[in-house]
Design a protein around this ligand. Sequence first.
Ligand code: TIU
Length: 223
Amino acid sequence: DRIEIEIDAQPFAYAFSPAASALVIIDMQRDFVEPGGFGASLGNDVSLLQAIIPTCQAVLQAWRAAGGLVVHTREAHKADLSDCPPAKRLRGNPSLRIGDQGPMGRVLVAGEPGNQIIPELAPRPNEIVVDKPGKGAFYATPLHAMLQGQGITHLVFMGVTTEVCVQTSMREANDRGYDCLLVEDGTESYFPAFKQAAIKMIHAQGGIVGWTAPAAPLIAGLA
Ligand code: TIU
């Protein structure tokens, strides 16, 4: 399992071995992708995010076929909200606050219907699911220790939203020494201009945060 795959990416080619890499799918939960959840409560049009689901499915299928580790994250708080800072809960003027009862259960609370990964990308029993109280996947979670325990050095990111939880997680990962690739058409924002800007920020300055590439060369490389 030392095979190295090299794919065309920005700002230069990205090389990884599936055995030392994880696919990290950020927050593809109903709260952000379906009407009535947290994303919608903030005033966003969630249909934009639904468009990436087929691409995410295709990458996930190729990754699983190559035998790579898969990590799914969920932005999730404990039922007593002890891990939700008041600053996060009280900011702004959402129609529903974190912990409030909404159409898909309590907003952004672990175990509620809205907090589940969408069925199209449902985790398998052998895959890691990380509940994260912050925007970043490494803050207050066991993710880094789990990845280190499995010898993971490279992370391929997909999910939502590009400039919030995906970019925050990728920056956290970069600072922890991982070589990170963002799948450009496997991520989306409620603000298309922010997605484009985030992609440019990540690979500017010689890959200051990492690499970006479309799904097609990644899928071809894994085949
Ligand atoms: N609001 C928004 O764009 N995103 C979040 O609150 N969480 C994630 O990105 N997952």
